[in-house]
Every structure is written in structure tokens, then in C-alpha cells.
Design a protein around this ligand. Sequence first.
Ligand SMILES: Cc1cc2nc3c(=O)[nH]c(=O)nc-3n(C[C@H](O)[C@H](O)[C@H](O)COP(=O)(O)O)c2cc1C
Length: 422
Amino acid sequence: MTSSDKLSNRRAFLAFLAASPVLACAGFSSRWVEEVLAAPLPEQDAVVIKSVKEALNIFDFEPAAREKLSPAHYEFITDGSFNNETMLANRAGFSKYEIRLRRLTGITKVDQSIRLFGVNWDSPIFISPIGRMNAYHPDGAMVVARAAKTTRTLQILSGSAIILESPTAMDAVNSARGEPVWVAGLGDTLTPAVVRRIEATGSPVLVWTIDDGGANTIGAKSVQRAGVRDLDRGADERCAGCHGALPQISRIQSSTPMDVLGAVGALMGENSVKLSWDDVKRVRDMTKLKIVLKGIVTREDAALAVQHGIDGVIVSNHGGHEDASGRGTIECLPEVLQGAAGKIPVLIDSGFRSGADVFKALALGATAVGIGRPHIWGLASFGQEGVETVIEILRRELQVMMAQTGAGSIAKIRRDSLVSVG
Ligand SMILES: Cc1cc2nc3c(=O)[nH]c(=O)nc-3n(C[C@H](O)[C@H](O)[C@H](O)COP(=O)(O)O)c2cc1C
């Protein structure tokens, strides 16, 4: 129901009450009723939550994160590429499927556990890699690792240079997690030396992200172009990887990687677009680690991944951060599953915001579902507790959907619980 629908319903109700003799008998004046009912209904975002206990769903963490983050960092995590075509499509895609609920399913207990590459996980919901975690919390990677440990969640860590070039940073993350996290390497950065470094972290899986290269994320750059400074970060070495270590840095004039690049400078830089399947063969031959390609969105590429000895794929468009295809990942999932033909697990992320979204992907045949921005909202707003609560809310929502469709376990989730619409 839209807010104008709500308003007109309220007006109709108001007119009815004001004319009703029942009110006067009960000692209420019609003016009092008018005042009470004419007050606007608070929308969810009227309150910025001050504690995780107040969260009604995971969207409550976004405004709470916004309060804590600098404008540019908030925009960078929020924004999509071009005009947000793909980011919006990720959300819109879920409305193309509806869930057929069963009644009286008798389910009192739901088992969400999955097994992936021989390891059991408590839930199919995993943490997707986000680069530059320090932008959202001073100890971003560590805090997420602690939350991943307490919730027994699969965490994929973005293998940015800062993390990989510092074995102690990686050790700290792994020890906070209690076991090696999966490391994601980006695009054309997978030289033999980098692959050796990833192997040395103990990561059992090399996630290779191959969908970067189309990013022109306007929001953060608009903030930068307008000359809004966030912090004096010159002295903070954690920021140097992105901002350079200049005191009183002015990104507009400096030549650091986070300079404002107009669209012409931003598009088609060093990235995955120039890679080919020969590179996949090269990296496959370089390591015995399991390799999961992140960013597959078509049947053809899923089939090629299988042919090239890849162990799994993640249907992903970087949360709409790197392309303007206008295709949501939930819409790409069926064809990727066809291409993979049951030979390798198919994971997915981009746009997942509720247990119902997660359920839809599982019912279509995905093995696991990742969350990017939502765990960062939790991280930025309430640290470890925020990440844990985001995960917990999604798990509970998934639990409800499974119980309401008669699925006591992930294996019992049925394709015919979904209807395609439109
Ligand atoms: C600000 C930002 C930074 C990201 N950094 C990385 C990265 O370093 N490596 C990577 O594989 N994916 C990265 N991603 C993509 C995420 O892993 C994930 O695919 C995406 O966030 C999922 O969509 P969602 O945010 O709608 O949940 C990034 C996404 C965003 C929004």
C-alpha cells in the first residue's frame, strides 16, 4: 500500500468516525478523533535505531549506518553504477517470483544447514566480500570475522592489497574467525605471487571476482567533486591505501587512487574485461585451491566455467556496483543453473534483503546466498552486534518462509513453492 493509499483510507475512516454517534456516547469529541487520526503515520525511517534490539528488519541498519559514516563513504557503499540500473533491477527481480505457502505444515523445527565443499554451515546465508572495510569501521575485517565466528557464517574476505600484503593482518582476521576465511581476488590482479599469498593465508577456496570494470559510481564522486571532505585522514595509515598518506589531503587535487575521476577516466580501467578464458586456464593451472568464479550471469559462461575445471560460481553483478545491464541476479540464476548443469554449486548475491528473497534463490536451485551492503550497514552502525543481528534477522525470516512452505530443511525446499509472475 502506498502512503497516499494509507492517507485516503485514513481520511475515509476519519469522516466515518466524526459522523458516528458512538463517539459522542463514549465521551470523545469528534475534534479529538480528528486530531489523533490526522497526525501523520510514522514511516519506518522516522526513527533511526539506537540499538540492534529496535531493528524491525535489516533496512533499519541503513539509516543507522548513514548517521555514523562520512557522506562519501556512505555514498560509496550505497550507490550503484551508471544510473543504478542494475542495482534497482536486483531488487525488482524478486517481484517476478511469488511464494506458494502451504497451511498446517506441522513444522516446528527448521534446519537451515548446508554442506559446501565438504564443510557444514549453519545457514546458506554468507558474507560477500567488500573492499576497503576500514571505510566503514576502523577494524572492519576483524569485526566482521568475529561476527562470522559467533554466527558460524561463511565469510568471504576481499583480498585487497592491504590485507594480502600484510600476513599479520590476514592472521589476525583468521584468528578472529577461528579458521581461515575464503579470500576473494579481484580481476586481473591474480599473478602467481598473489595466488601464492592467498594460498599462504590458508583460504581453502580462491574466489575470483571477474565482474569489475564497469563502475562509474556517481554518488561518492558527487560528494568528492563538491569538495566535501570527510576527515583529515593524512596521519591514519589504515586510510593510506585508498587516500594516500598526505596530510590535509585534498582528493580533488591529489593523485591518489580515490581522486575524482569523471566518467571518461573512470570507465574501462585496469579490470576483468580484458581477461579471457585463457586466463582462467592460467590461474586454474597455478593452484590446487578450489576456485569459485564470482560474477557469472549467463548460461554460456557457467558452462565454460565447468569446462575450465572451476569448482563453483557465484551469480553476482557486484550488487549493481559495476555494471548497467539492468538484469537482476535472481533473473540470471535459472540460466546459470542450466549452464552449470548440476556439476558445480551455484551461489548467488546482489540485492538480497529478506528471508523471502533468500528463499526464492534457494527454491530456484542456488546453494547459498550472499549479502554485501547489509552486513556493512550492520558493521558501520553497531559493529559486531550489528553484523550478527543482520544475519540473525535474515535467518529468522528464512526460517519462517521454510516453515510456511513445509520445508523442514534446505533439501526440502521445492521449486514448485515458487510461481513466476509477469
Ligand atoms: C562498495 C562495494 C565494494 C565491493 N567490493 C568488492 C570487492 O572488493 N570484491 C568483490 O568480490 N566484491 C565486492 N563487492 C561486491 C560484493 O561482494 C557483493 O557482490 C555485492 O555487494 C552484493 O550485493 P548487495 O550489496 O546488494 O548485497 C563490493 C560491493 C560494494 C557495494
